[in-house]
Design a protein around this ligand. Structure first.
Ligand code: NIG
Ligand code: FE
Length: 404
């Protein structure tokens, strides 16, 4: 299959480049008036229109072709919703107050417990399909609304089933330590999480801990991550959302693939990350929804770090998986350039879930996970006119994805 008359082919990256760091994040390589050939679900070749090979072709009619989004941090497997808390929030209660009243993550855990595995799959799959329709081609999904051995494994099985039934690339993260499960003391629950690791490791690619004020301490996190390493699980952790928590440092100590959130950081966190290959991931959708500070994205990039951006799609702090809106928030509220935001939601997002060797850029041999826009679009217009529909077709593994 050939896509011809592409107005601009955006996000071309040489093979072997797994991420963009610092000043490289301002660079987006493109080719105007181009074609791209897909073979066996992969990008076989691309070039300028005068050299376009013959054969069956989709006419892009001048639309932009770009890599599908890579959303490296989501909690889309959950049951029901938390609309009641949305009303509490409007009345002025903070995320911490809602959690302390037994709402928040524990509320989702109760709902998940009362929902059958089949129904949980059905509800979660609908969200994943919505995300694919909005252009996400690689999605990380966390457990963490089970909070006991039976329900955490139920969540991980649902993630596995989604992974096997969708054309997107899915990665699973065991977030047993998302909150202290009902009926446990914190110490007993940390031990329970450690005890869940052998079974969780059979279903998950990564381990996560919510290392933050009111949730798990750096010492708890250290203990869980040390035990997880013995089961081959690399960390991707929640840190510094609610306070300067020490989470970044403990993540770096355990060679975390990513440390995520980072709404509250100092120079010490930037220095710790500079001495590591851990990727910082920021989640502007939760800053927007909770009304908390945005991460200091520019400072991180200026320090030479690679930055990824993800949706954090979850029922409590970011009920949206729209990566184009994430890009818009990054530009409007974090003052990233469209090029920086683009690299953060594509290649660097792929890197933050260990899949940048197979997706996240226009590279020969990578999966043909692509967004074809309507004619007249360019990279700057995406976050600028941030609500105007722009997607003409989403290709996942070379096939047109249709959300029927
Ligand atoms: O990433 N911060 C912790 N976990 C989620 C929120 C989960 C929830 O409220 O359900 C987050 O924001
Ligand atoms: Fe999260």
């Amino acid at each position: 299959m050939i896509i011809k008359n592409i107005g601009e082919l955006v996000g071309i990256v040489p093979a072997g480049v797994d991420r963009k760091c610092g000043a490289e994040m301002s660079q987006v390589d493109t080719l105007r008036d181009a074609w791209l050939q897909v073979e066996d679900g992969r990008i076989a070749d691309f070039g300028p229109m005068p050299d376009c090979p013959g054969g069956e072709a989709v006419d892009a009619e001048g639309g932009m072709l770009m890599p599908a989004f890579c959303d490296s941090h989501t909690h889309v497997v959950y049951a029901g919703s938390r609309e009641g808390e949305f009303l509490d929030k409007i009345e002025g209660r903070s995320y911490e107050e809602i959690a302390a009243r037994g709402g928040g993550i524990l509320n989702s855990a109760d709902l998940l417990h009362a929902t059958s595995e089949e129904e949980l799959y059905r509800q979660s799959l609908a969200r994943v399909r919505e995300m694919m329709a909005k252009g996400s081609g690689a999605i990380e999904i966390k457990s963490g609304y089970g909070l006991n051995p039976v329900d955490e494994l139920k969540m991980l099985r649902v993630i596995r089933r989604i992974r096997e039934s969708v054309p997107a690339t899915v990665r699973a993260t065991f977030l047993g330590a998302h909150a202290v499960g009902r009926g446990y003391t914190r110490d007993a629950y940390v031990q329970a999480v450690v005890d869940m690791l052998p079974q969780a490791a059979e279903l998950a690619d990564f381990v996560d801990v919510f290392c933050d004020e009111g949730f798990f301490s750096p010492a708890d996190t250290d203990r869980i991550l040390a035990a997880a390493a013995a089961h081959g699980l690399r960390p991707k952790i929640h840190a510094n959302e609610l306070a300067v928590s020490g989470g970044v440092q403990v993540g770096v100590k355990h060679r975390a693939l990513s440390v995520d959130h980072l709404e509250r950081t100092t120079e010490a966190e930037i220095e710790a990350l500079r001495a590591s290959d851990t990727i910082p991931v920021m989640l502007p959708g939760s800053s927007f929804f909770l009304g908390i500070p945005y991460g200091r994205a520019r400072a991180f990039i200026e320090a030479g770090l690679s930055l990824a951006l993800a949706s954090d799609y979850n029922p409590g702090s970011s009920p949206s998986g729209d990566m184009r809106f994430v890009m818009a928030l990054a530009c409007i509220r974090m003052r990233l350039t469209p090029a920086q935001a683009f690299n953060a939601v594509t290649l660097n997002g792929a890197c933050a879930m260990g899949v940048s060797g197979v997706t996240g850029s226009v590279t020969r041999g990578k999966r043909a996970d692509l967004i074809l826009t309507h004619p007249g679009w360019n990279l700057t217009k995406l976050p600028y006119t941030y609500q105007t529909p722009f997607i003409r077709q989403v290709f996942l593994g070379g096939n047109v994805f249709q959300n029927l």
